[in-house]
Design a protein around this ligand. Sequence first.
Ligand code: FE2
Length: 199
Amino acid sequence: MPASLFSALSFFAGSEWDTAPHDDGTAAHSARVGQGSALVASRLGLDRDVVDLVAWAGTLHDIGKLRIPAAILHKTGPLTPEEWDVVRGHPGDGAAMLMTASPELSPIADGIRSHHEQWDGSGYPDGLQGDEIPLFGRIISVLDVYDSLTCPRPYRIRSWSEQDAVDYIRSSAGSRFDPTLVAVFLELHERVNSARRAG
Ligand SMILES: [Fe+2]
């Protein structure tokens, strides 16, 4: 990767969550999603430089949340339809931020834009289905949901057990997630968990 792109990505990673209103453990969550996404990408046999891009996309997947006002991001009660619209803008906003830095970051930007798409077409922002969803987004989606379920978040006091989260991922193969990637995740989840505990 050219040094200029690496420094642009490092800038995003460094500035991602360093403002207090957004600092709720999201940086650690993002790092774990990046690590886990890279493990899955490696297992798929992707080239080393592509695995690196997947890792960056996983690490930066929620960078668009910087554009969500803290009052909405940390609201504990139910969101209004208008507030949901703001939240649902974060994949597109994140992708746009990267593309502003360089069009060469488009594989990462596409992964960020598509990390809330669902295999059956019920996700957002584009309602893509199956293989239409960029591979990076399909990978990140599995790791993002797994990590979000197993770690406490502001809107959910109690996290799920690892076993319950694994069962959920398994039962969502072919509906929410790419079934091929679920199979890879299930093979790897002990390693994903070890990386999470170490990190
Ligand atoms: Fe997200």
